[in-house]
Every structure is written in structure tokens, then in C-alpha cells.
Design a protein around this ligand. Structure first.
Ligand SMILES: Cc1cc2nc3c(=O)[nH]c(=O)nc-3n(C[C@H](O)[C@H](O)[C@H](O)COP(=O)(O)OP(=O)(O)OC[C@H]3O[C@@H](n4cnc5c(N)ncnc54)[C@H](O)[C@@H]3O)c2cc1C
Length: 460
């Protein structure tokens, strides 16, 4: 099989040395496995050829973007071939008239907005990993981000997909075509239905005016109530992000972005739109948060100040290195109105397991990201992280929430799917899968439950 792959794509595109395999053996999840080979296609034809060869040898194929996935979606399976899109990273067309772009899957998210920016356009889905994660990975996970509160997640921005199925056949889906919306079915399918080899995505017009405000509160509960009150007043800001005291202190130490370190909770609020509307939104939002108990309120006065506040928020995960050698990031979603209860429970769980927890999250969406600090050198702490992560997940479900807000299911949460779906729900999803990947060789062992309760947490 390896020789056939080399014959088809060239020796330079097929990696089998242990040191090459090692760097593709993990993503941003805590578990990893070594693949049999890593293949770097340069075109759709290459992808099709690889999948056809893999089919002949019944070898699994795991697509991979930048490997920033947090649930093990790009972790290799049973040896298998990792298909890395590092060489398919070109923006193929920038259609400014129709405000859309055709991209290869390996294009880095932020590079697309950078290319669209001179035309007054941008690509809206903005995961905090956007400096490095790819459009292909974002499509496969239906990535969200701070601005998805008002712009929607990736699924709202994909127009057309070119897909390679498990037989190596190439086809396209488009929301512009009548009939079933198969494009939406592929978004979020984590590489289990087919491999995305190019995509037309929507570009949005850059807003005329943007304002960023920072409000502080004594505790996360009152900040959460303020979030609900803003939305209940009929205002949907472009972003509503929260940090607790631990997180704000780590971010400030790392970025000196101007985050207060003495408040119980910090709320970052952004609104974008027409300049004439901004004064109204500013006074309304300021009134609501003050009535909700905000202790301070300030407006970013310059573009540099706005950028610094956002750099702090988007770099929050990196800032964790300031306070802990390792961290485990949980991703659950609850109704906005239950945020105070959920946050209180997270605090209690961390206390019970004697772990430090830092919270930074998309408050407007009710999407929690508790980061549990631990030291991989201490097996007791590893066990505590596994158990507390599960306890947070169960709390979210008990509050009527769900097992993933935006990071996906992958390896990590496939068994948790049974908490939110019945056997017949899962069987229906498996039937959809069998239409596109009847051999179940495209990213197997992901999404669908294994029967094994929880994966071992290995060092990050
Ligand atoms: C610091 C940090 C911050 C993050 N912030 C956010 C956030 O704000 N919002 C959010 O949603 N996520 C976030 N994430 C998670 C992660 O960045 C996203 O899930 C992202 O979409 C993954 O993109 P990737 O290119 O790294 O994909 P990978 O991790 O390489 O792959 C992810 C999944 O996509 C599949 N895949 C990749 N390419 C293709 C393809 N061409 N065709 C089919 N399947 C494919 C893989 O098999 C895998 O299942 C964050 C991660 C980190 C480390």
C-alpha cells in the first residue's frame, strides 16, 4: 500500500519515518495514537487516489487540518492513513461581487479574512484558534467562536462543498441547489461522511462601526444574569464573552491587555453595525449591566485598545501556561438562563476534586469552557481531572444542556452521545453515515459510542 501511495503522489508526499508519524499522532486532545502513514495531497485528484488505494487495503483514512481539535477528532485510528491538508492551503477564488470565496481545506481561517479585508469583507466564523485552525477543520467541526452569537456558526457560512467519498468519488453539494441540504449534513460531520477538498464560503461586509466595552462584576452569577438581561432586552451584541477572576489574572499576566484582575467576573461586549446606532446601543447596554450590578464599565477608546482586549480573550488558552503545567478544557452548553447554576456547580466540582478551575466562555451562547488545571506528573490529579470533567458534563445534561457546544464529539465524547441521543437516534445517524461511507473507513471510532465509558486522560 505504501509503495502504491508513493507511486501515485511521490515519495515527498508520503511520510512513514517515526519522527514524522510522531508529530501526527495527536491533536489538542489529551490522547494520541501513531498512524501507519501520513499523506500530504496537493489536489482533489490526489485525495481521490489516496482514498481509492486505502479502500483496496481496507485501511482507515483520517483527515487532518491543523490538529487544534480538542476532542481527538484528528487522532489516527488503527494505524491508518492521516490525510494532512497542509499543502492544500490556497484561496482559489475571491469573488468580491458575490461576496464568497472558494478555498482549499488547508487554508488557515484568519488568512481568509486577511485576504478579504482590502475589499471591505471578512469571514465571520472566528474560533479562538483562528490563527492556526483550517477552514476544512472548521467545516468538519462546525466551529463557532466569539462572534458566532450574532453571525452564526460555520454551517451558516458554507455555500458549496466538494467532497471525496469512501470510494474516492468526487461530488459537490450546494445550498443553491434544490432538494435536501446535504451541505449542512456534511458540516460538523468530523470527517465521518466524506472528505472536504474545497469549499465556497460566504464573506460578510465589514461593519461600519464597532464598539467594545468591558464590564466587571463581583461574581460570575451576576455577570451571567446581566448577559441574559441584555439578550432579553432584544439586543444581540456581536459578542458577549466572560472570564472569571482566575482567567482574567492569567490573561493580564500574559498579554497586559488591560483586564482588571480584582473583579469576580469580566464581561467583554462587542457590538457592530451603523455608526448612528452606536450611541443608543452603548447607553442601553451600559444601563442594563449597571442595573445588573456591574462594578465598573469602560469603553475601548481606540482600535489598538479594542485589539488588545480581543488579543487577551483569544489568547486565553495560551495564557493558561502562566498558572498550570497542564489543563483540560471541557466544552458544554447550557441554556443562558441556567448559566449561574452551571457555573456554581463547576466551582463546587473543582473544589471537591481540589483542582483550580479557570473559566473563559461564550456567555451569550451559554457555551461553557471550564479549564481544569492539573499536573500530568501526578496520577492522582489526572484521575481527578477525568472525574471532574465527567461531573461537569453530567451537570450540563442535568440542567437541560448538551455535551458539546462547539468543539465536537471526536473520540472524547462519543460515549457521552448516549446521554443525549436514544439508540434509535444513533441508529438513524449511522444510516446517514452508511449512505456516504458504507465501509466506515473514513475517520472511524469517532462520534459513535464505543461501549467504553471514558478515555484515559493522557498528558497534554
Ligand atoms: C486554543 C484553542 C482555542 C479554540 N477555540 C475554539 C473556538 O473558539 N471555537 C471552536 O469551535 N473551536 C475552538 N477550538 C477547537 C478547534 O480549533 C476547532 O475544532 C477547529 O475547527 C479545528 O480545526 P483544525 O484545522 O485544527 O482541524 P483538526 O483538529 O485537524 O480536525 C478536526 C476535525 O475535522 C476533521 N477534518 C479536518 N479537515 C477535514 C477535511 N478537509 N475534510 C473532512 N474532515 C476534516 C478531522 O478529521 C477532525 O475530525 C479551539 C482549539 C484550541 C486549541
Amino acid at each position: 500500500m505504501l509503495q502504491r501511495l508513493i507511486d501515485a503522489l511521490g515519495a515527498d508526499a508520503v511520510k512513514t519515518e517515526p519522527e514524522d508519524l510522531a508529530v501526527y499522532s495527536f491533536d489538542a486532545y489529551t490522547d494520541g495514537r501513531t498512524p501507519r502513514a501520513v499523506v500530504l495531497p496537493a489536489s482533489t485528484a490526489d485525495v481521490s487516489a489516496v482514498v481509492k488505494i486505502a479502500a483496496e487495503y481496507n485501511e482507515p483514512v483520517v483527515p487532518r487540518g491543523a490538529g487544534t481539535g480538542l476532542c481527538g477528532g484528528a487522532v489516527p485510528v488503527e494505524g491508518g492513513i492521516v490525510l494532512s491538508f497542509a499543502r492544500m492551503n490556497r484561496i482559489l477564488e475571491l469573488d468580491t461581487q458575490r461576496r464568497r470565496a472558494r478555498v482549499q481545506p488547508g487554508v488557515i481561517n484568519l488568512n481568509l479574512s486577511a485576504a478579504a479585508s482590502p475589499h471591505g469583507l471578512f469571514y465571520a466564523p472566528d474560533p479562538s484558534s483562528q490563527k492556526i485552525s483550517t477552514i476544512g477543520g472548521n467545516i468538519a467541526t462546525n466551529a463557532g467562536g466569539p462572534h458566532c452569537l450574532s453571525y452564526g456558526t460555520t454551517v451558516n457560512h458554507v455555500i458549496e462543498l466538494e467532497i471525496v467519498d469512501d470510494g474516492g468519488n468526487v461530488f459537490t453539494t450546494s445550498i443553491d441547489h434544490p432538494g435536501y441540504d446535504l451541505t449542512a449534513a456534511f458540516v460538523g460531520s468530523e470527517g465521518t461522511l466524506g472528505i472536504v477538498t474545497s469549499a465556497w464560503v460566504r464573506l460578510m461586509r465589514a461593519p461600519e462601526a464597532v464598539r467594545v466595552w468591558l464590564a466587571t462584576f463581583d461574581d460570575v452569577e451576576s455577570a451571567s444574569d446581566a448577559v441574559s438581561a441584555i439578550i432579553a432586552a432584544g439586543i444581540v451584541p456581536t459578542a458577549l464573552e466572560m472570564m472569571d477572576k482566575v482567567m482574567a489574572a492569567a490573561v493580564e499576566a500574559a498579554f497586559h491587555a488591560g483586564y482588571p484582575t480584582d473583579a469576580g467576573a469580566v464581561l467583554l461586549i462587542e457590538h457592530a453595525g451603523f455608526e448612528d446606532d452606536m450611541a443608543h446601543y452603548e447607553s442601553e447596554i451600559a444601563r442594563i449591566v449597571r442595573e445588573g450590578g456591574a462594578t465598573t464599565w469602560r469603553s475601548a477608546r481606540t482600535e489598538a485598545e479594542r485589539a488588545a482586549l480581543w488579543a487577551g480573550r483569544k489568547g486565553a488558552a495560551g495564557a493558561m501556561g502562566r498558572i498550570s503545567p497542564n489543563y483540560y478544557l471541557q466544552d458544554v452548553c447550557v441554556r443562558r438562563s441556567t448559566l449561574p447554576k452551571a457555573l456554581h456547580a463547576v466551582e463546587e466540582i473543582a473544589r471537591e476534586y481540589r483542582l483550580t478551575v479557570a473559566n473563559v466562555f461564550h456567555a451569550g451562547d451559554g457555551n461553557l469552557h471550564p479549564m481544569l488545571c492539573y499536573d500530568k506528573r501526578d496520577p492522582k490529579q489526572i484521575q481527578a481531572v477525568i472525574e471532574s470533567g465527567n461531573a461537569i458534563l453530567e451537570t450540563a445534561i442535568a440542567l437541560g444542556g448538551t455535551v458539546s457546544g462547539e468543539h465536537g464529539i471526536g473520540y472524547e465524547k462519543r460515549d457521552a452521545m448516549t446521554h443525549v441521543y436514544s439508540t434509535s437516534d444513533l441508529a438513524t445517524m449511522a444510516r446517514v453515515r452508511d449512505v456516504f461511507d458504507p465501509s466506515r473507513r473514513l475517520n472511524p471510532e469517532k462520534i459513535f459510542p464505543s461501549g467504553v465509558r471514558c478515555p484515559e486522560v493522557r498528558p497534554a
